[in-house]
Design a protein around this ligand. Structure first.
Ligand code: ZN
Length: 258
């Protein structure tokens, strides 16, 4: 987003006006991935979260987390830890999309890692940890999902609108829907007009009953790689949603009851 070219938010404003007319509300949540330790970027994330009055659900990598993150989260209470895989290690085959828990990996090894991650983060964060599993690269072999509730997880979070409120019996599905980063090319902001069009399409589908508006609408960020354009767009978008139909959605330990 260049600063000398004002961004046209009017398509979103038109859609939000429709929401206002119909009295609909949008449950809104924010997930940020790949947290390991306190950094300058995490300070920026925490400040923005407080500023916007929207908590950030922080997907923490268990194998790499630094113990000082625990005290940091006590001092920064709008950051709420979730479990982000185990070591963010790719176990997929050479020609496959990256995945830490792919189908071809022995289930026992995957489950062992997932269980260890939950145990370690519980030991570090105590009751503050939300037992919500965020698989790295938003992928996990579907046959592993029925085991997650017995390990202690209440919800699974990946990317794109959910097909069903439950990922497995006893396991809620609460996905993210908008990722502002152009991972394949610039690693900066996706063309902002395209992002605005995507939000409009997703909101329209919810308003028209073609998508599940009970699923919290998730903004997905990665604080460690944000440039100024990504920070600015994220802030501007969340601000608009919060001034309109957005309602703060803070996930808790009982997501399987929703
Ligand atoms: Zn990740």
């Amino acid at each position: 987003m260049s600063t000398d070219r004002p961004l046209d938010w009017s398509p979103l404003e038109v859609e939000l006006a429709q929401w206002h007319r119909t009295g609909l509300t949008l449950p809104l949540w924010w997930r940020d991935d790949d947290a390991i330790e306190p950094t300058a970027q995490m300070n920026q994330l925490s400040a923005l979260s407080q500023n916007l009055a929207l908590p950030v659900h922080l997907a923490v990598i268990p194998a790499h987390v630094k113990p000082e993150l625990a005290d940091y989260l006590t001092d920064n209470p709008t950051l709420l830890p979730l479990v982000h895989g185990w070591a963010h290690k790719n176990h997929a085959g050479r020609d496959q999309k990256k995945c830490e828990f792919p189908t071809q990996r022995p289930a026992q090894a995957s489950i062992g890692d997932i269980e260890q991650g939950l145990r370690d983060l519980r030991a570090l964060f105590g009751a503050k940890l939300l037992p919500i599993f965020v698989p790295p690269w938003n992928r996990i072999a579907p046959e592993l999902l029925p085991s997650l509730p017995s390990l202690g997880f209440t919800a699974l979070s990946t990317f794109t609108p959910r097909q069903s409120p439950l990922a497995a019996p006893g396991l809620a599905q609460i996905n993210t829907h908008l990722d502002p980063i152009d991972w394949k090319r610039s690693r900066s902001l996706v063309a902002p007009e395209r992002l605005i069009a995507q939000v409009c399409d997703q909101l329209r589908a919810r308003r028209e009953g073609k998508a599940d508006n009970h699923e919290p609408y998730g903004i997905l960020t990665h604080h460690l790689v944000h440039d100024a354009a990504i920070w600015q767009f994220t802030e501007a978008l969340i601000k608009r949603l919060m001034q309109g139909p957005g309602r703060v959605c803070q996930l808790d330990n009982k997501e399987n009851s929703t």
